[in-house]
Design a protein around this ligand. Structure first.
Ligand code: NAD
Ligand code: DAU
Length: 342
């Protein structure tokens, strides 16, 4: 593979950091420059190992900061930009929508303007299946395809859907070489403890209640994070400018199934489950049809859920330092505000 320089934004977060490690490992001759604002969700300790690699560079900056973004493009002359940076948690978007609209819509605009200015050959927007809204539980025959109309429910998903529209507008209006991936729920190492799977693992380990929203029957389509990284790698190297790809592994599970599985793996009692007030506007079911990426790019998920979840639980058991530092900091205040009144 020819030498390439890739700017990865949001690389100190969950999926971005997994992508950084995936790419450094797979392409020893690539340069990876990570730009991340280190919000509450970004953690520099996650990138400690990457920092030892001479092909890796970290820059602390906000994707909305035009000067900082342009300076990095000037210094690195990237071939490809992959944008993971976003406010990503639905519950936080319900409490504070403005930050989501600013980061998730205006951030991509700044990045794409820089891509135009510096002639970047590919801008890849990491989007989500949430842009399609939700599906009913009683129609298991329905799936999201790339042709499903955008129909976002939460301020988070509305901000991601808006960004997708702006990305496609930059392609049509300015001819910017863009691609978009819309992936289902990821799980795996470095997942921030506010999200369902890591939250439940950590609470169970600490014998704390496991807060399940509503009836616990909402369904998510879970994909091991490395399979998502592989999909993005394939898309950014393929001749597919202007295309949108859905990414998912047909692995639908209800929240209560996930929670019970985690308790069983950890040998903890189901009496720890606590049904709490539902999320406002809670999407019922997500389910991705990944036919297009499989047929056009040959992508297939490699990790089966039964193995991925065991690997993930083991990772949290082996990396207590990583999450103990998080749950004892600012996140503690969020947790008290979020669950204290439920
Ligand atoms: P995350 O919250 O774990 O990480 C987000 C990262 O972006 C953090 O490192 C944070 O510091 C950084 N960031 C936030 N605002 C920034 C800004 N203004 N400038 C620079 N950096 C900023 O998120 P994640 O779960 O890793 O998700 C990454 C991307 O993938 C997001 O765009 C999300 O919408 C999308 N996505 C996530 C999932 C999932 O299941 N987690 C699934 C599909 C798509
Ligand atoms: O589908 C992709 C999306 O997946 C991404 O775009 C988002 O960035 C990512 O956060 C994720 O969104 P979800 O809302 O699906 O993930 P979360 O982990 O917050 O919740 C998963 C399900 O679990 C959802 O139905 C709500 C429920 N839940 C969540 C929490 C945090 C609970 O029942 N209790 C909880 O405490």
């Amino acid at each position: 593979m020819d030498k390439k320089t890739i700017i990865v934004t949001g690389g100190a977060g969950f999926i971005g950091s997994n992508f950084v490690y995936y790419m450094l490992d797979k392409y020893p001759n690539y340069r990876i420059a990570c730009l991340d604002a280190l919000t509450y969700a970004g953690n520099l300790s996650t990138l400690k190992k990457a920092m030892e690699n001479p092909n890796f560079r970290f820059v602390k900056a906000d994707i909305r900061d035009k000067d900082a973004v342009e300076q990095l493009f000037e210094e690195e002359h990237p071939d490809i930009v992959v944008n993971f940076a976003a406010e990503s948690h639905v519950d936080r978007s319900i409490r504070d929508p403005k930050l989501f609209l600013e980061t998730n819509i205006l951030g991509p605009e700044v990045l794409m303007d820089a891509c135009r200015k510096y002639g970047v050959k590919r801008y890849h927007q990491v989007s989500t299946d949430e842009v399609y809204g939700d599906l009913p539980l009683d129609r298991p025959d329905l799936f999201f395809t790339e042709k499903t109309p955008l129909h976002a429910s939460s301020p988070y998903s509305a901000s991601k859907a808006s960004a997708d529209l702006v990305v496609m507008a930059y392609h049509r209006t300015y001819g910017l070489p863009v691609t978009i991936s819309r992936c289902s729920n990821n799980y795996g190492p470095y997942h921030f403890p506010e999200k369902l799977i890591p939250l439940m693992i950590i609470n169970a380990l600490n014998d704390k209640p496991l807060p399940v929203y509503g009836d616990g029957l909402n369904v998510r389509d879970w994909l091991y994070v490395e399979d998502h990284c592989k999909a993005i790698d394939m898309i950014i190297h393929a001749d597919c400018v202007g295309e949108v790809y859905n990414v998912g592994g047909h692995n639908e599970k209800s929240n209560i199934e996930i929670v019970k599985l985690i308790l069983k793996e950890l040998g903890k009692p189901e009496s720890l489950i606590e049904f709490v007030e539902d999320r406002k506007g809670h999407d019922r079911r997500y389910a991705i049809d990944p036919t297009k990426i499989r047929e056009q790019l040959g992508w297939e998920p490699e990790t089966k859920f039964e193995n991925g979840i065991v690997k993930t639980i083991k990772w949290y058991l082996d990396h207590k330092d990583w999450w103990e530092e998080i749950i004892s900091g600012d996140y503690k205040n969020y947790y008290e505000k979020m669950y204290g009144d439920k």
